[in-house]
Design a protein around this ligand. Structure first.
Ligand SMILES: [Fe+2]
Ligand SMILES: [Fe+2]
Length: 306
């Protein structure tokens, strides 16, 4: 059981989640902290996201960052990202799962974030979070923006999955194995999805975390739920007709992944400075906790005058 998984009270049918993962995507950092496209202040936007992460969940089991960590793959961009994330991860006492995206450069990512040799080898990893396994795949293709998984990574994944984990496995990858209704993303879609599906089917994989789209999206792949976190840098304005979808400096979000014995939920958390009410509080919870289940229904469920 991971610490700090939310409210200690059980008022409903589920025990508290055994794990909470923070799922963040697409920070697109740049050397010099300059604005992306001269427009998006990616570092400030990411800092606001980290502030929200720090406030929402004191002790997530991991922070998973699903790729496009740097926009141009510059070593300094990775150093800046590391300097931003490490204090928060240290404070929360949580590991960071770095996933490579199409904007990343493997050698710089490996050297600056992982302390590894600066090679073009795929950035993969396995984390055991008290029985929940997280596997990072590398769908990036050096020199290209579309996604792919070669035979080497697929057979490595099959070998790892041959032994189930006690609480199952979450895959983390940049290019989502989902359709997008935006033609621009079809050009960059993940190749060899049928082969990936063959590896996943019948395994203990319970969910797939992805990024790349810069908007929140959900679907299934090989019978497994796929959740795409929106971006922290800029998001795609999908309210427009598909042909006219472009970026906007708004609606940035991350996701909270709550892992239960029988389900996993993915909650989109908008990063916003909006004023928030104060009706619900720790004191309110305390008062509810003192009541019987029937008393709680009387106090909170019954409509007045009915
Ligand atoms: Fe991206
Ligand atoms: Fe991407």
């Amino acid at each position: 059981m991971s610490a700090g998984t939310g409210s200690p009270y059980v008022f409903g049918r589920h025990e508290p989640a055994s794990h909470v993962l923070v799922h963040v995507s697409d920070p697109h950092f740049l050397a010099g902290g300059i604005r992306l496209g001269g427009r998006y202040d990616v570092e400030s936007n990411f800092a606001r996201t980290l502030e929200a992460i720090r406030a929402v969940h004191p002790h997530p089991a991991a922070i998973v960052v699903t790729g496009d960590l740097a926009d141009l793959g510059e070593p300094e961009a990775y150093r800046r990202l590391r300097a931003a994330v490490e204090p928060v991860a240290d404070q929360l006492d949580t590991p960071v799962v770095w996933v490579a995206g199409n904007h990343d450069e493997r050698p710089a990512l490996r050297a600056e974030l992982l302390g590894l040799e600066p090679t073009e080898d795929p950035v993969t990893g396995i984390w055991d979070l008290d029985g929940l396994r997280v596997i990072a795949l590398d769908t990036s293709v050096p020199g290209w923006h579309h996604g792919d998984l070669d035979e080497g990574q697929l057979s490595w994944l099959a070998d790892v999955l041959a032994e189930p984990a006690p609480l199952g496995t979450m895959l983390a990858m940049h290019h989502p194995p989902l359709p997008s209704h935006l033609p621009l993303f079809d050009i960059l879609e993940l190749r060899h999805q049928d082969e990936l599906a063959d590896v996943i089917r019948g395994s203990d994989v319970r969910g797939i975390l992805a990024g790349h789209l810069h908007y929140s999206s959900h679907g299934t792949f090989a019978g497994v739920p796929v959740s795409v976190a929106s971006a922290t840098c800029y998001t795609m304005n999908v309210a427009r007709p598909a042909a006219e979808v472009n970026g906007m400096d708004a609606a940035q979000a991350f996701q909270l992944v709550h892992v239960y014995a029988d389900t996993i939920t993915h909650t989109v958390v908008p990063v916003t400075g909006a004023e928030t009410g104060d009706y619900f509080s720790a004191d309110w919870l305390e008062r509810m906790a003192e009541l019987s289940p029937e008393g709680r229904l009387e106090a909170f469920s019954r409509k007045p005058g009915r």
